[in-house]
Every structure is written in C-alpha cells, then in structure tokens.
Design a protein around this ligand. Structure first.
Ligand SMILES: O=C(O)CCC(=O)N[C@@H](CCC(=O)O)C(=O)O
Ligand SMILES: [Zn+2]
Length: 337
C-alpha cells in the first residue's frame, strides 16, 4: 500500500491544546528551554529528536511516538506528560531521547507518506530504499546510535503506537525475544504496571524501530499498542491512564504504582509475509486482533502457498493484506501464560 504525497497544504487539526500542537509539530522549544534552565544538557540532534541528559549515571530511555502518522493517542499522552514534567524539570531521573517519528505523516494524518517507516530499521530495505521514510530512518538510526553510544547498562526503548483495528486486548505490546532475561523481566513487569493486557514475544525482526534498539543497542525495546488510531486532539486519554502513570513513574524514577499486574504472554507462531500481489486472506481485514483460529483453518493464500493454522489454536494479530509485497501481512500467536 503506497501512501500518496503530502499536499503542501496538509495541516494539523485546528485548535489543538498547545502541548499537543507543539509535540505533533516536533516543536520542542518550551519544554527544551525548561529542562535547559534546570541544568540539563539539552540537544536536538535531528529534526523531531530531543535529548535531555542529566549528571551521573542514569537509565537511558528512548520514547518514540508518531512513527506512524495516524497513531495519535500516544502523541497526546506524551505531550501532556512531558509538559507537566518540564515544569518541575529537576524530577527527571533518566537520560531521555524523545523522538517524533514521521513528522510529515503526522501532519497529513496518514500512516506514512511513501512507505512504512517501521520496516526500515535494518540495512536490507529492498524496494523501500529511496523512499522519503528511508532517509528518515537513517536520521533516527544515527541519533539512536549516538544516544545509546554513551549510555549506561540500563537502556529502554518504548515505541508507542496504536492499532488499526479493534482488539480483544485493547492494549498490547510486542517484545523482541533476544532481550536478555533480567531486562526482559523488568520490561514485562513495567508493561503489566502500565495496564498492558498482552505481550507478544517476537523471535525475528521485520525492520521495526524497537527491535532495532534491542538488537543493536541492548535496549529493553518494545512496541506498545495503545488503543486505536484516531484524530489528533480527539483521543480519549482516560483509556491510557495506567500507561501514562507508569511512564511518568519511569521518567521520575518513582516506584511503579501499578506493580504486580502481569500481562498475558503469547509466543509468535508465524509471521505471515506477503509474497506476491496474489496474496489473499481468508477473512476480512477488519478481523479483530487476537481473534482465535483453529488447527487446519486457512489463514491466507499467496499463489501456490497456502497458510493454515498449525497449533490447536492460534490468534491473528495485525491482519493486513494491503501491505507491500515482502512485508508482514499478519502475525499468528499462541498463548503461553
Ligand atoms: O494495527 C496494525 O495493523 C498495525 C499497528 C502497528 O503499527 N504495529 C506495529 C507493530 C511493530 C512490531 O511488530 O513491533 C507495526 O506494524 O509497525
Ligand atoms: Zn504503528
């Protein structure tokens, strides 16, 4: 699915609250000024990237939003959190990198302009090379490398998204399996505290930002899905209250207020890759995330290749036949805890 070009006139919705307007436009001015005045080292190493570093060894926390331009809830949530924190800047307990991913797509209210930015965090880009987002991915990779390059051992990357379609679990996360055991436990405990209902363990990269940070920088990286896509300024942030609190706790080095809650854990049974334009799914693309399918049921067919459910039960996540050839068109998962 190729996006079309952003018209020069593309604009954010009118009358946005100021913190939301500023973050959505990657205008860090007021927030940066407050942290700087409080003695932090503040820099903007690339468009849409802000780093705030304090003294002494601190956890390194990368928060990214808007990697998909129409996933606006997390932009609002982070905008309010950061605005409030910057007014008592001395409370920041981590070295922070804040990244507003696809600025043009946010302005246009689209998932992407040319191609999916969240498939480009790898060297082999195939037909995605040469797109507007490939250049952006290079900028983000460079900034991320610098940020984690001088970080201590505690490294986090929370890449905040929203899902396209409804979900049995309104909030869920994808966690790379390669994260070492201790940071992975800490990350999953944090996700539980954040009210995340399900965690999918992912064994292989499809070029996502959080997998990149985990694989190349030893970060406890995760993609977090917070509700569904919506119009900037019109999201119901009450549904993210636990996630917002847990993120605020992390930023302030506070005790995890939601500690003790555990998400359900799912393993990946299979990533369904679209091999050709003949790819057809056996069900509608509005099928809810985590819909259960039984052994032997057809998932999709792609020319002569037929995908069927292998385990007694598998659940489908992110079914999307409209992706480009070569990209993930869905994920089959199995519940393990
Ligand atoms: O709802 C959908 O179909 C997509 C939502 C979304 O953007 N999800 C991320 C997940 C990334 C990961 O697997 O870590 C994506 O597809 O990029
Ligand atoms: Zn997304």
């Amino acid at each position: 699915m190729a996006g079309d070009r952003t018209p020069a006139s593309a604009a954010l919705p009118a009358l946005l609250p100021e913190p939301v307007r500023a973050l959505a436009q990657a205008d860090f001015g007021a927030v940066a000024q407050r942290f700087s005045a409080a003695g932090f080292a503040v820099a903007q190493p690339a468009d849409g990237v802000l780093t705030i570093k304090g003294s002494g060894e601190r956890p390194a926390l990368l928060i990214s939003v808007g990697v998909h331009g129409d996933e606006t809830g997390p932009i609002e949530m982070v905008a309010y959190l950061l605005d409030a924190l910057s007014r008592e800047a001395g409370k920041l307990a981590v070295n922070l990198m804040l990244c507003v991913g696809n600025i043009g797509a946010i302005r246009a209210g689209k998932r992407f302009i040319d191609a999916d930015l969240n498939r480009m965090f790898r060297t082999e880009r195939g037909t995605l090379a040469g797109t507007a987002e490939a250049t952006r991915a290079d900028q983000l990779i460079a900034a991320t490398t610098d940020f984690f390059g001088d970080a201590g051992p505690e490294r986090w990357h929370l890449d905040l998204h929203t899902a396209i379609r409804p979900s049995v679990y309104p909030t869920f996360a994808i966690v790379p399996e390669l994260i070492a055991e201790q940071p992975r436990r800490t990350l999953i405990a944090w996700l539980g505290a954040a009210g995340i209902g399900a965690v999918i363990m992912n064994p292989a990269s499809v070029g996502t930002y959080s997998y990149y940070s985990a694989e190349h920088h030893g970060a406890a990286g995760t993609t977090v899905e917070l509700g569904r896509i919506g119009t900037l300024g019109q999201n119901d942030l009450a549904q993210f209250a636990d996630a917002s609190q847990a993120l605020d706790d992390l930023l302030r080095g506070a005790t995890n207020s939601g500690a003790g809650r555990q998400p359900h854990i799912f393993n990946t049974a299979r990533q369904i890759i679209k091999l050709s334009d003949q790819f057809r799914m056996a069900f509608g693309k509005e099928t809810h995330n985590f819909t259960a399918m039984q052994q032997g049921q057809e998932i999709a067919r792609d020319g002569d290749t037929v995908y069927t459910v292998q385990h007694p039960e598998e659940l489908v996540v992110f079914p999307n036949p409209d992706v480009r050839v070569g990209l993930r068109a869905g994920l089959m998962v199995v519940r393990v805890a």
